[in-house]
Every structure is written in C-alpha cells, then in structure tokens.
Write a protein of this length. Sequence first.
Length: 113
Amino acid sequence: MAAMTITDGMGICYNPAGDQLNDKGFRKGLPCKEMPMIHWLTNSRTGFLVILVAGMLLVGLLYLLPSLLAWSMGCPRAKGILVLNVALGWTVIGWLAALIWAIMEGNGGTFDS
C-alpha cells in the first residue's frame, strides 16, 4: 500500500521511507510504520472530508437519477421531470414518480421493448 507524509496529530510524521520525523521535517532516526491509505482515510480529518465529499456526490447523483435518466434518453418533458425530482424527490413517492415518468417518457409511454 502507498504511504503518505501525514502528521498524526501528536507531532509524529509518517513518510514513504518509513522514517520518523519531527515537526520541522528532520529525521529523528527512529523507524516507524508506513501509514497505509485506508488508515489515512479513516483516521485523519482530511480523509474524513474526502469520504464525506465522495458520499455526498454519490447521494446527489442517486437523488437526481430520474432527471439524469430523462436527459440521457432525450425525453421531451425532461424539465418537468427535473422540477418534480428536485421539488418532491426527497419524498420516496415523488422520487419514484419522477423515475417512472422518466422511464415511461423514454420508452414512448410503454414498458415494452
């Protein structure tokens, strides 16, 4: 796994070479473990922020799925689907209605192939 130069909050730095550094970046001479990427993601503020932003983007894409589907299929009423999705998508019924509407418009009003 890749290691990164990161301060753990107690003044101990980790770097790819595995050397322990002081706050000014000078080697203390004591070997330390490399910090793997998963450790960085789960045990640092920056890693938490990366996970938070990625999660919010994923939720946003899932929330707008009916609108994106309508746009990608070239539905003539894509703007109406977008309005329904944004206004009432937070309710499960509004999101499902927008999804069904997008699928129906994209298939010419039928569920048949």
